[in-house]
Design a protein around this ligand. Sequence first.
Ligand code: SAM
Length: 241
Amino acid sequence: MSSVLPYKEQSSGKKEQVADMFNNISKKYDFLNHFLSLGIDILWRKKAIKMLKPYQPKVILDIATGTADFAIESLKLNPDQVIGVDISEGMLDVGRKKLKERKLDHKIELRLGDSEKLLFDDNKFDAVIVSFGVRNFENLERGLSDMYRVLKPGGRVVILEFSRPSKFPFRNIYNFYFKAILPRIGRMVSKDGSAYTYLPESVQAFPDGDNFLKIFNKVGFKNTKCKPLTLGVSSIYIGEK
Ligand SMILES: C[S@@+](CC[C@H](N)C(=O)[O-])C[C@H]1O[C@@H](n2cnc3c(N)ncnc32)[C@H](O)[C@@H]1O
């Protein structure tokens, strides 16, 4: 898999660059997310969390939690404990403020942490969830393996990630928006010249659909499935340990 970097002129690795990028855009991240997706990202998170309803997970880990939107949505499952981890302190700061304002800070704990070196015991969580995070991992297989390790046997992983629509003519309209319009708006609002160019580039380089399922299965998950959303703009992947 080719590794797409946010700041190509820098020599630092992907993880450091991704953390820097999200620190840079953290204050505008929520606004741009909802604006650029016309609010559809909110519906996608709801759909992904609903897929866990039959399993009633009590202890949930939200990896790449960012500003905690997916962790907040997971409260609909009525868990006892939700922990969110992220490598960007800036994103976590925005998330912590949001939790405080909504009086949810006693329900969700946010911690600085790397998906590839999770500081949790084996077999701890009933569910592990990730939205729009795995595409940014430096080493996807290592991140998925560590999710597998911390999940209880019988536990579920739900991953929400951008994918590439394949149907003509929607694919062409989408590509025009995603590659020509979105980076301009993103650059103007976030003032980061690279973050919203990195977004379409990283989606392009990401192994989506069946290619993702191959890696998902390889690290040990079973009963894996992919559910495309909105003509394939995003996909939900679910798997069991
Ligand atoms: C696009 S945001 C998604 C945030 C949130 N889950 C959402 O749905 O809005 C991606 C997040 O992944 C985090 N991230 C990237 N690589 C990571 C890693 N190796 N470990 C933990 N978090 C990571 C970034 O810092 C960023 O906050």
